[in-house]
Design a binder for this molecule. Structure first.
Ligand code: NAP
Length: 365
């Protein structure tokens, strides 16, 4: 059995990954070794492990013994350890949740329900670095991969509604703290205008809990995610076009752009998509292409009842299903399609493509 070094297993993405690996019995197929940057020598987790204690994630000689390294530790770790490990001559497979290596020329972005052919070609040609794409990009492609694969997509704008959990555990807790402050201001004895005024005052107060977000999220939204890049985009927005085209290995770049917005969902990113098709394709054919994208798409009929029931973070949280709905032609013209989609960004957006890449390597490499 292959020796697999697992790093970052106790973080948010890592915990979800461990649950999925347990559920899918992946540990029966591997020799798992758990590493930590901070808990070396402590007891390894309950999962089937070939070492009783945690190994040092900064020890290159321990890492070199692995056939495959799967890390959800984060970009700083990758930036520091990956070059050292490769320059030591290590020739194993590196599977990573962080963005650091995504745009490196010989990295492959992994989302096998969408780009299995690209992945297989990369493995066969001896490529060794397989990186999980950005969560929002993965969820968009899971939702409308069928449209992209038809070759009919001219461009896409993606307006996102991204959950607090995308920014990490501390941010999820801060959102709840903000909600609590605002919830305590609900007072039926006061007029709604008085309540509204006290809510706005609390949100603007310098003591409002916003150390992590830098602004009120509960009762508001933040149209800025990550750092600025060129031409006025944020890095999250820039990833839309770069990663979509890299995942699909497009010959001619398909433009993807939009505004990425953080809002008060706990977990699950949502997106409102405007898709410009190359031709006027009947809406029934568009629906069929979306439904055929992959087995996880849950097509939601464009009515209020189904939309409220299924097309929401409340429904999608903790599931692998990708609800896709509000599908209709727009009055911009017959080639313009409106779509809304939701997905759990810790599952298809992070852990699941990595878990499945590990399986592909175990079974084929
Ligand atoms: P995280 O929750 O901050 O965990 C990363 C590491 O922090 C853990 O593996 C652990 O490493 C250490 N840690 C320190 N204190 C901890 C505590 N109290 N509980 C758990 N872990 C603690 O990071 P993450 O959100 O999983 O993200 C990991 C990588 O995945 C990042 O590169 C991120 O950009 C990427 N990613 C995240 C998402 C998302 O939605 N969150 C989506 C896609 C990709 P040690 O055991 O070594 O101390």
């Amino acid at each position: 059995m292959k020796k697999i070094g697992i790093i970052g297993w106790r973080g948010m993405v890592g915990s979800v990954l461990m649950d999925r690996m347990e559920y899918e019995k992946d540990f029966d197929l591997i020799d798992a070794y758990f590493f930590s940057t901070s808990q070396k020598g402590e007891k390894a987790p309950k999962h089937k492990s070939s070492s009783e204690v945690l190994l040092d994630a900064n020890d290159i000689t321990e890492l070199e013994k692995m056939d495959i390294i799967l890390t959800c530790q984060g970009g700083d770790y990758t930036n520091e350890i990956y070059p050292k490990l490769r320059s030591s001559g290590w020739d194993g497979y590196w599977i990573d949740a962080a963005s650091s290596l995504r745009m490196k020329e010989d990295s492959t972005l992994v989302l096998d329900p969408v780009n299995l052919d690209v992945i297989k070609k990369a493995v066969a040609s001896g490529k060794k670095d397989f990186i999980g794409p950005n969560c929002t990009v993965s969820l968009m492609l899971m939702a409308i991969g069928g449209l992209f694969n038809s070759g009919q997509v001219e461009w896409v704008t993606s307006m996102t509604y991204q959950a607090a959990s995308g920014a990490g555990a501390k941010n999820m807790l801060e959102l709840l703290d903000q909600m609590k402050v605002l919830g305590d201001l609900s007072d039926p004895a006061k007029s709604i205008l008085e309540v509204d005024k006290s809510v706005a005052t609390a949100m603007r107060d310098s003591n409002f809990p916003s150390k992590n977000f830098g602004a009120a999220l509960a009762g508001a939204l933040i149209p800025w995610i990550d750092v600025p890049v060129e031409a006025g985009q944020t890095k999250e927005e820039w990833k839309g076009v770069c990663e979509t085209n890299k995942i699909l290995e497009t010959e001619n770049m398909i433009p993807v752009d939009g505004t990425c917005v953080r809002m008060g969902a706990m977990r699950c990113h949502s997106q409102g998509l405007t898709i410009k098709m190359k031709n006027d394709i009947p809406i029934s054919d568009i629906e069929a292409l979306i439904k055929e994208s992959n087995p996880w798409v849950k097509f939601v009929e464009n009515n209020k009842e189904e939309t409220l029931k299924y097309l929401s973070p409340t429904y999608a949280t903790g599931t692998l299903e990708i609800p896709v709905g509000r599908v209709r032609k727009m009055n911009l013209g017959p080639e313009y399609i409106n779509v809304f989609t939701v997905g759990d960004q810790l599952l298809w957006g992070a852990a699941e493509p990595l878990r499945r890449m590990l399986r592909i390597l175990i079974e084929t490499a």
